[in-house]
Design a protein around this ligand. Structure first.
Ligand SMILES: [Zn+2]
Length: 372
């Protein structure tokens, strides 16, 4: 008897969850739309939307355009139902993004603020976040939480940042960061956040590898709606694969890591967009650097593809800005590939700006949706 009760409750919760997700993902909808798309009876769909309207999560918006017969009531997600913040922390910048429940980005800002291990750093980040929210006109009460993307190994079991070589952080409890913010905080690895942005709202549910090529190189294996974690939360740490035995020194203390050959800094110390402009003009130095860079990158991409047999998405500053230059990588990978593949499994990321911050905010939204 108890089991049956739980099952009924779970079914109700799942239906409610699916309906809310459908409304968030489809803009203006009607009960018949929901009933048809989710294969629920019209009375069930109507009952659930009534409940969601009662809770202030969904609003009535007049009537749908007539498709013949009686016009159906139109509904959409309420603008006051909640918003999420994404915060991406890197060595020299923070990026902030405000996202609504439909997954639309409302405001984005990247601010120069070098990371510092002192206690003064997080209050400053918090202050900048508050200014950002004030400028957006969003009320404090409407914020569901902050997704914090961090360039390091995130250990959710022990609630700590286990390591970040690039920031010089070791064993940092989440609470030592979250105490400076007035909203619930959720921590994600930066490459996982980028992969999340790429995968979560995509129609294509296939597994893929996300290779983040920014001032550091990271990666994530995305499958079944989430980045895989691994035994030590280091799944996909492609930046520290050895690609040249005894090669260039990496910031991690080892030699010959992919990071030492394929970080954005191997191409330029300045703006990456300007590097690609020079490449397009076929400037000798840029062409030489790109040739070397893509040789190492092709090696890494081909190895990743051999192991996982899935698409490889190039993200980060380099992946976002490379445009048609991606063909050079496809060509080199295809030359290396044992199975005569044409390199079309390599693609550029969909979210070109602030992907890690965006992914972190989407994680907060997903968590909210799951408990509706
Ligand atoms: Zn390394």
């Amino acid at each position: 008897m108890d089991n049956k009760k739980i099952t009924n409750m779970e079914v109700k919760r799942k239906n409610r969850n699916d309906v809310f997700r459908y409304i968030c993902g489809n803009g203006m909808v009607s009960n018949p739309d929901i009933s048809y798309a989710l294969k629920l009876s019209l009375p069930t769909a109507t009952q659930i939307t009534k409940e969601l309207i009662g809770r202030g999560l969904v609003e009535e918006k007049g009537e749908m355009d007539s498709t013949g017969g009686r016009r159906a009531k139109a509904m959409a997600v309420s603008q006051n139902a909640g918003k999420a913040v994404g915060l991406d922390i890197t060595k020299n910048h923070i990026s902030l993004i405000l996202t609504d429940l439909t997954g639309s980005s409302l405001k984005y800002e990247r601010i120069f603020l070098p990371y510092a291990a002192e206690d003064a750093y997080y209050p400053e980040v918090s202050q900048k976040l508050e200014h950002f929210l004030e400028d957006s006109g969003c009320s404090k009460e409407g914020i569901l939480g902050i997704g914090i993307s961090f360039p390091g190994i995130i250990d959710p079991d022990d609630q700590r940042v286990a390591d970040s070589h690039v920031l010089g952080v070791h064993d940092l409890p989440f609470s030592a960061v979250s105490r400076f913010f007035s909203y619930p905080c959720h921590f994600l690895n930066d490459a996982n956040a980028g992969a999340y942005a790429e995968g979560i709202r995509s129609e294509n549910r296939d597994r893929f590898f996300y290779l983040s090529l920014s001032n550091t190189v990271g990666g994530a294996v995305y499958s079944n709606g989430n980045p895989e974690q691994g035994s030590n939360f280091r799944c996909g740490e492609a930046g520290h694969m050895t690609i040249v035995p005894g090669g260039k020194a990496c910031y991690c203390g080892k030699c010959g890591c992919l990071d030492a050959y394929c970080s954005a800094r191997c191409l330029t110390d300045g703006k990456i967009e300007e590097f690609f402009e020079r490449l397009e003009r076929r400037e000798t130095q840029a062409v030489g650097l790109w040739d070397l860079y893509t040789s190492y990158l092709a090696l890494a991409v081909n190895n990743i593809h051999m192991i996982l047999d899935c698409d490889v998405v190039l993200g980060g500053y380099v992946g976002s800005c490379m445009g048609e230059a991606i063909q050079d990588i496809r060509k080199k990978v295809s030359e290396r590939n044992t199975f005569a593949e044409d390199g079309s499994f390599i693609r550029s990321c969909r979210h070109k700006i602030g992907a890690a911050a965006f992914g972190a905010s989407l994680k907060v939204i997903e968590m909210f949706m799951e408990q509706v």
